[in-house]
Design a binder for this molecule. Structure first.
Ligand SMILES: NC(=O)c1ccc[n+]([C@@H]2O[C@H](COP(=O)([O-])OP(=O)(O)OC[C@H]3O[C@@H](n4cnc5c(N)ncnc54)[C@H](OP(=O)(O)O)[C@@H]3O)[C@@H](O)[C@H]2O)c1
Length: 270
């Protein structure tokens, strides 16, 4: 089981580790003994989070936009200098906005695909080539979303996350000879800083949707981090290429929270 030594001598990178779910993952990995690097775009907030996290263990931070290969390669250099290797990559960075399909322009579509699909792929490729493949050892955990039945109201992120889930299945096979495991965690609605970014009607809808979640509550950042730590540890040593839904059974029982209907009513009030 987990104990303070679970991640002793392990080096873990958490993208988007300055806030919300990523912050909790970084905190838990530190408390379980890992050295953690957090990376995201906003340097000031990143530094502040790293300063706060330092009370739980050894933490480094480096600004990096996962959409930019040259910035990821800069991050690789920093990890090589400060830690000498990387054992665990948590692809948590991402974002999306609610929108009905017919209103999404090329810019909006490309922004989400570029961040949530391309950015995750670039991170996996660069960290794989720099660390995991030469080391013949590595663990990757991708945060996706509740996409089992499509994602009405957020088609772009549904497509991007489905892409990441398929990348996960491919890499589980291609890189198993390098002793690399890769899995996904699919959160339902999680009370985190990310949720605050949605407009008021969507937040009201989320409150309504809570009733339709079989467990009648939203997830917490800790619920998600627990699952991530399982996949990041040897407790999951025979799991690869799989997805764990952490959503109170929402993926089995919902009409996607009525998101598309609420948005249509909001956009076209009669
Ligand atoms: N909360 C939920 O209900 C929920 C449900 C399903 C999936 N998720 C996913 O879970 C992940 C964490 O969500 P959260 O709720 O914790 O949201 P959050 O607080 O908004 O966290 C997103 C993090 O990603 C970073 N980020 C975004 N784009 C980036 C980029 N291009 N390069 C580097 N870093 C980037 C952000 O930092 P910077 O701004 O500094 O770059 C931020 O720290 C996200 O991928 C989110 O989409 C969340």
């Amino acid at each position: 089981m987990f104990d303070n030594n679970t991640f002793n001598n392990k080096i873990a990178l958490v993208t988007g580790g300055r806030s919300g779910i990523g912050y909790q993952i970084a905190k838990d990995l530190l408390q379980l003994g890992a050295t953690v690097i957090i990376a995201s775009r906003k340097e000031e907030q990143l530094k502040k989070a790293a300063d706060e996290l330092a009370k739980f263990g050894t933490v480094h931070s480096h600004p990096c936009d996962i959409r930019k290969t040259e910035e990821i390669q800069g991050l690789v250099k920093v990890i090589q200098e400060k830690c000498g290797r990387l054992d665990i990559l948590i692809n948590n960075a991402g974002g999306q906005f609610p929108a009905l399909t017919e209103y999404i322009n090329d810019k909006g579509w490309n922004a989400v695909i570029n961040n949530n699909l391309n950015g995750t792929f670039y991170m996996i490729r660069e960290m794989g080539n720099a660390f995991f493949i030469p080391q013949k050892n590595g663990i990757i955990v991708n945060i996706i979303a509740d996409i089992l039945r499509g994602f009405p109201g957020m088609i772009h992120t549904g497509a991007a996350r489905a892409g990441v889930e398929n990348i996960t299945k491919t890499i589980a096979q291609e890189w198993s000879d390098f002793n690399i495991r890769i899995n996904c965690v699919a959160p339902g609605i999680v009370e985190s800083t990310g949720l605050d970014t949605y407009p008021k009607p969507v937040q009201d809808m989320f409150e309504e949707a809570k009733k339709a979640i079989p467990m009648h509550r939203f997830g917490t950042v800790k619920d998600i981090s627990n699952a991530v730590c399982f996949f990041a540890s040897d407790l999951s040593s025979y799991c690869t290429g799989t997805t764990l839904y952490v959503d109170g059974a929402q993926h089995l029982n919902y009409d996607k929270m009525g998101l598309a209907r609420v948005m249509r009513d909001f956009l076209n009030p009669q």
